[in-house]
Design a protein around this ligand. Sequence first.
Ligand code: HEM
Length: 277
Amino acid sequence: MAPAITAAAAELLDACPVGEPFDLIAAFAAPLPLRVIGDLLGVPAADRARFRAWTSTLLASDQPATAVRDAVVGMHRYLVDLIAAKRADPADDLLSALVSARDDEDRLTEDELVSMAFLTLWAGYENLVNFIGNGMRALLVHDRPITSMPLAIEELTRYDQPLQFAIRRFPTTDVEIGGHVVPAGATVLLGIASANHDETVFDAPEELRLDRDPNPHLSYGHGPHRSFGSRLSQVEAAIAVGALLERGCALAVPAGELRWLPSFRNRGLVALPVVLS
Ligand code: HEM
């Protein structure tokens, strides 16, 4: 998918102003992953505008609960219809492959199919929006040279991980961890942010070291439920960051004025005003 991602990144940046401030999240960090995940799943181009409206509502921090519920219901209904369309007329995309895993191989229930489609769409979108925003913020604030793009992307993924917690776990038996018993059936939230900044694992964890190697961060989770989007994210983030640095990008406001989303689960910026040179 790299050539298509590169072309999409260039097209979005061509539409951005040069020499005057704009919000990088709205103009680039949000639309790029939406296009990529739309292509991957097989969301027809004509439906992308409706998607944009739902996802903007879900990303915004100041929407009333009813608007959020309407957006979730709208997206869910849309995906149910899209699954029906792929079932009738399969294409070379991920959603058709998931339908085939359900219908031909019986590896998913219908609920799991819809849930997987929703999760892929949403996880593949929201995390990358926040990752591109957080990563660019860290690079612009610290102004360090990149010697290896793959190592830099790993470090940016560790430093300001988009998800603060893994998916909830429920132990089936009592488990003893570090002298504490976690009882069977308890809800466990695993703190990725804490693990990524563990001073017994990382040397100077609060320092951004773009050549950190090895970098055993847990930003994509761990075990059988580790994010299946990790490879796509690394490729997409490297293309996005590379394209922005190539065009010359600077913060348009003092770093202290940037606002983080008021979220317990996600780490991401409300907006990232920048100037391209
Ligand atoms: C920087 C980008 C991303 C980050 C930081 C991220 C992070 C995560 C994390 C922490 C989990 C939970 C893992 C666990 O609890 O062990 C997860 C799950 C998941 N992610 Fe991602 N993700 C990213 C991008 C993506 C993309 C691009 C896709 C889709 C193409 C995706 C699809 C999924 C799915 C389907 C799951 C659920 C897996 C399961 O429950 O079996 N993610 N992700």
